[in-house]
Design a protein around this ligand. Sequence first.
Ligand SMILES: Nc1ncnc2c1ncn2[C@@H]1O[C@H](COP(=O)(O)OP(=O)(O)OP(=O)(O)O)[C@@H](O)[C@H]1O
Ligand SMILES: [Mg+2]
Length: 250
Amino acid sequence: MTDQTVIRLEGVGKAYGSFRVLSGIDMQVHKGEIVALLGQTGAGKSTVMNMIMGTQEATEGTIRVAGHDPHAEFARLRGKLAVSFQTDRLLPWRTAVENCELGLLILKIPAAEARKRALTWLSRVKLDGAADKYPHELSGGMRQRVSLARALCVDPELVLLDESFSQLDHVTSRTLRQDFAAVVREYKKTCLFVTHRIDDAIEMADRVIVLRPKVGVALEESIDDTLRADPAQAAALHGRIAACMDGDPA
Ligand SMILES: Nc1ncnc2c1ncn2[C@@H]1O[C@H](COP(=O)(O)OP(=O)(O)OP(=O)(O)O)[C@@H](O)[C@H]1O
Ligand SMILES: [Mg+2]
């Protein structure tokens, strides 16, 4: 592994008792890359994310995140890894800025510094002015932005997103995706995100990985702006991903 590999999975498998979800998963995410993890429901995307986060243990193989085993060395990755999920998981009794700074306070960053950083990130996700609002006073898209600001403000080495954009309406989701991709690129964050939506993946990712139930990694392709700008190439990639996601398990 080079220093440039933030996530590495080698021969990773996961079974719940006799029920096998994944086997032989090999994948990497390099520093500064945005990688989309796609697959039909039940393909094991969230399971992969949970193992990378260290909340679940692989039954076979090796997982390294920033050089550490995320399950065995959970504490070592504190502050290096930030997570945002489908549900925003904001605390209803804390304002936007208070939700945002929570991770920093847990990392023992002094209160004034934590507040400053939280406000900066809220502004970067275009939420100036909403800092003192409670979650129930914010729209779904705004809550999702708070959740992203909270994830990014600990200055993590790695950002993991599981369907963070999927519950929002089309327009909100699109703007949020674009803003998020711009912020991730500008601050050179490494990001692995899960989505069902092929268009989201093509729009945001440097690389797509498609998981298929019982097969594992069924497709892996790089994407660049040239491809994005060429409707024919983008449509062809869309078709390959769709065919792969629809395929019957081998
Ligand atoms: N704790 C668990 N115990 C038993 N089976 C589980 C557990 N968690 C997940 N599974 C099973 O593992 C498989 C993969 O689940 P996972 O949540 O990783 O899929 P996914 O790709 O994230 O799906 P979705 O797109 O619906 O979120 C599913 O068949 C699921 O029922
Ligand atoms: Mg899932």
